[in-house]
Design a binder for this molecule. Sequence first.
Ligand SMILES: Nc1ncnc2c1ncn2[C@@H]1O[C@H](COP(=O)(O)OP(=O)(O)O)[C@@H](O)[C@H]1O
Ligand SMILES: C=C(OP(=O)(O)O)C(=O)O
Ligand SMILES: [Mn+2]
Length: 533
Amino acid sequence: MPNLFARTLLAALDEDARVQRNLRTAELIEQAVRNGEGLLAADGPFVVATGKHTGRSAQDKYIVRDAETENSVWWGKTNVPMTPEHFANLRVDFIKALEGRDRLYVADLFGGSQAEHRVNVRVVTELAWHSLFVRTLLVRPSADELEGFAAEYTIIDLPSFRADPARHGCRSETIVAVNLSEKLILIGGTAYAGEMKKSVFGILNYLLPTRGVMPMHCSANIGPAGDTAVFFGLSGTGKTTLSADASRTLIGDDEHGWSDTAVFNFEGGCYAKMIRLSPDAEPEIYATTKRFGTILENVVIDPETRQIDLDDDSLAENSRGSYPIDFIPNASADNLGPVPANIIFLTADAYGVLPPIAKLTPDQAMYHFLSGYTARVAGTEIGVTEPSATFSTCFGAPFMPRHPSVYGNLLKERIAKGGVKCWLVNTGWTGGAYGMGQRMPIKVTRALLNAALSGGLDAITCRIDPIFGFAVPVAAPDVDDRILDPRSTWVDPAAYDATAEKLARQFVENFRQFEDAVDAAVIAAGPRVLSDA
Ligand SMILES: Nc1ncnc2c1ncn2[C@@H]1O[C@H](COP(=O)(O)OP(=O)(O)O)[C@@H](O)[C@H]1O
Ligand SMILES: C=C(OP(=O)(O)O)C(=O)O
Ligand SMILES: [Mn+2]
């Protein structure tokens, strides 16, 4: 039940003449144009600039620490507590800000595509395009379902709000405050739309483990043999890109649940990266940039010709496009598929040491799931700056309110049932002969995935990597064998060894936090620092 405050607010909004309720795409775009929120592009998309915030503000996110969350949330670097008093101040100030608006948008939506596992969410926004975004990304109730819709969670998103560190106990003018007892999320001081969808993800990640569903930061699709694959990965590792594949049916690009019987999408839309999008490598996603109903965030548009330029990164490297899932031609009509036959962990390794594909044992899979490794090149000068490793547990620490072992145990049970193969896929940067700082070609990754998912790597000889311990195929269909063994491509093998050792050491150090939570076999499944052996 929403608390008294939320009930009062919901009732007030129901009667408020300023509120535009559950408008559909065309009307929201008309309003957004009238409000001066963005421009229509020549080919149909609505194009907006979000200003200062072009990505999530992970450092400005808080969870209210109270009786509900005290023992259920894993407090630490990513789940940062906020006092109920600071939240109460924030709520008062949000109400004041709402009162000052002459127009507000309300969208009543489902978080979760399956009736038995979804939550009813009401999203209140000051921007019409935000309302369109959240309608696009979440699951849209039918007209009948809207009739008796009772919101359980409320999200209020006010980009024009300015948080006050003294009153709200925060760090800056930007705030994402999650109150799980009041079932209220307040987002202020940022216009990046992704905050809304990832907030709903956080709610489901909190609730679903108690109902026996494993929530996952992954994309998912289904092969011609009815084989579901899930692709875990941190931002930028290729979940969205690789899940849109002409030969497989898309379930979703970012957030899913794994129940006893199915993998189901939490969402009803996708949120793709637009920067330097290639019509050749990503034809399905590219086609969405030519359609009415797509929103393009921080894509540069010529105000006269209304042509867009996907290569222009002057507004953001993280330019985005959101579209309903059925804009992808072969999307699943019921948002679900069978339980997975394959689990893929995507990593974008900037050190150039991980192979483009490796087979994992169940213990190695647990190790890599809890580690959640990726690394990006730090600056724009690719190959010159030092890459920095990121470990984000469950490949999604910012969205996981509970202890990693909660999600880890759900994975362990599922792998233990058998019938699922696990893979580590490096979509990052290659070293040596392939040139330091070259991103793994998408067509190489796709060829390897196709081979792995269709059973084409099952009979291929593998070598066991001496540092990382996993099995690496020595050959694969349609791929130059040399790229499978990064060490052999480095001009200086000793430099490879030193770099790989450096990464191995970071893995080991990061994993110390999980040593008490897992079996010895899982710890032993991690990389080895050879010089310490
Ligand atoms: N080998 C590769 N595999 C996947 N994506 C790649 C690869 N090489 C380059 N990319 C680019 O990296 C980005 C991956 O982003 P995206 O698929 O949105 O990741 P995620 O959904 O995991 O955040 C895209 O811009 C894509 O074009
Ligand atoms: C929307 C996001 O997800 P991703 O980058 O993984 O697509 C995000 O992290 O803000
Ligand atoms: Mn994505």
